[in-house]
Design a protein around this ligand. Structure first.
Ligand code: ADP
Ligand code: MG
Length: 323
């Protein structure tokens, strides 16, 4: 089982940012209101994710680090209609297989927390501990026992950049959650968790962007597109300022990026990338989220329909008065 976990780790956790994505998605699934992420040296040395979500019982905490022990789906029908960000039950065992891993977790109605420690996939300790409600996971010395993978890591500052990028996107996908990212003791990102996307965008990109944002609101054929796109005065030099989501799940989607570009630049010269935060709401039956080990991509049953919806959503927000 340890070998299988190490192999899965190769697919699920390619770098510190991937670890953080999995841990934060778990914190979101646990109903957290506050999520704090702390890293040292780009997460290579140390990662800590603390949440105030539901927490786990002692029994569930020990189960959580076992392979395919997801609490989120139980049947094949559940897999066809996934509502949570996680569903594969691979992240924690994969991360614990390639790091020194600790999990401290406490249910709301329990007086004490449980502490589980795993070193390179080998169970090291379980005991009672004192802690607040919710869950804290620490990951130290990532890939210490897989030197080949460790070699592929970039510099701490490059790894930090990947982490800021994913935490930025995750914070905007859930504006009702207050996020903090602390890198080498310095606060690099903080959102207030007001529930308003404009507040999250301002917290991350600065208050100057607020007057430049055009709302995107479109609905047709069972597809809703919502979010914000910036006015042409604010064009950026890369796609880094674009966040795409499907049902509040952050995804990579060339198709959505293309629809955005084609609509945005249908009347303007293309000399940059608009800042954009776009979420597609669609019935879970029309998408398959189980197509990528890191859940970075989503398969739509009808790509053309999504393309048209994004295109029309962007066209109409640019055509609205005041834009
Ligand atoms: P998945 O998210 O696919 O279910 P993971 O390996 O990421 O699998 O997590 C395993 C299980 O551990 C989850 O199903 C959940 O029950 C539990 N879990 C993990 N992180 C947390 C957390 N922060 N708060 C509460 N429960 C958690
Ligand atoms: Mg998960």
């Amino acid at each position: 089982e340890n070998t299988a976990n190490k192999i899965a780790a190769g697919e699920v956790v390619e770098r510190p940012a991937a670890v953080i994505k999995e841990l934060v998605e778990n914190s979101i699934d646990a109903g957290s209101k506050n999520i704090e992420i702390e890293i040292i040296d780009g997460g290579i040395k140390f990662i800590r994710v603390t949440d105030d979500g539901n927490g786990m019982s002692r029994e569930d905490a020990q189960l959580a680090v076992k392979r395919h022990a997801t609490s989120k789906i139980r049947t094949a029908e559940d897999l066809a209609a996934i509502n949570s960000l996680g569903f594969r039950g691979e992240a924690l065992p994969s991360i614990a297989a390639v790091s020194n891993f600790t999990l401290t977790t406490r249910l709301l109605d329990e007086p004490m927390a449980s502490y589980v420690e795993i070193q390179g996939g080998i169970f090291a300790d379980v005991r009672e501990a004192g802690a607040g409600c919710g869950t804290t996971i620490t990951v130290s010395d990532l890939f210490f026992n897989t030197p080949a993978r460790r070699k592929f890591l970039k510099t701490p500052s490059a790894e930090s950049g990947h982490i800021s990028d994913i935490v930025t996107k995750l914070s905007m996908s859930h504006p009702q959650i207050a996020f903090k990212l602390i890198s080498n003791q310095r606060m690099v990102l903080s959102t207030r968790g007001s529930g308003r996307l404009t507040d999250a965008i301002a917290d991350i990109y600065g208050h100057k962007v607020t007057p430049e944002l055009l709302p995107v609101e479109y609905s047709n054929e069972g597809i809703e597109v919502s979010g914000y796109v910036a006015k042409p005065a604010l064009l950026k030099s890369s796609r880094q300022w674009q966040t795409f989501m499907v049902n509040q799940r952050v995804v990579n989607s060339r198709m959505m990026a293309k629809a955005l570009d084609n609509a945005y630049f249908s009347l303007l010269p293309k000399n940059g990338y608009p800042l954009a935060v776009l979420d597609i709401h669609i019935s879970v039956e029309s998408i398959d989220v189980n197509v990528h080990p890191q859940k970075k991509e989503v398969k739509f049953s009808d790509d053309q329909k999504i393309y048209r919806a994004v295109y029309k959503a962007i066209s109409s927000s640019l055509a609205a008065p005041g834009s």
